[in-house]
Write a protein that binds this ligand. Sequence first.
Ligand code: C5P
Length: 220
Amino acid sequence: GVSRDLAGRRVLVTAGPTVEPIDPVRYISNHSSGKTGYAIARAAARRGADVTLVSGPTALAAPEGVRTVHVKTACDMLAAAEEAFPAADVAVFSAAVADMRPKEPAARKLKKGEPGADLGTIELVENPDILASLGAAKRDGQVVVGFAAETENVVANARKKLATKRADLIVGNLVGEGRAFGTDDNEVWFVTADDVDELPLMSKERLADAILDRAVQFFG
Ligand code: C5P
């Protein structure tokens, strides 16, 4: 039978990329598919949790039985996550948040040769770090899970994020050259304050359950 070990628990998941407008037709974003986060939201709902999924634009269908909040920008994602976080027992920050956004998106499409339209320069500002911001607000009993997608030194980078973002668990993985983004499986390390576990290659569906299994252990 299906384990209902998350019955009575609230789970917040951020997923997908964010999209940061340059002008009404152009944007800065990344290759995140949202598959991992959606799989976690579905798995948490199947295990009985009350789930809020805050999702950037993806090609995926909103999971059944999950409250899905659609957002575009990092700032919108932060606002939606801030709203759901205080009531969450488990918060999983799987979104690939754009690290920067155009400082002042143009109100009209930028065009070549127009006075004042310098297509060679976009002034950028840093986006808020949603995980770090909410990790800093973490209260006793809340379990916070983050990700570290790295091209090298996965475990060392994950350890740093555990501390700087006040996460309880960082799921580290290698990215680049066909790894992780948009694929259906993933090979990861679970990094906590006490240990490092290297997991075997598994589907994002099984990984979702493995992440929730690990998160539930923090409830004792
Ligand atoms: O610092 P870095 O982007 O590598 O950290 C990745 C982790 O932090 C992921 O869990 C991601 O969802 C989260 N993050 C965030 N807001 C940002 C950047 C990253 O929530 N602006």
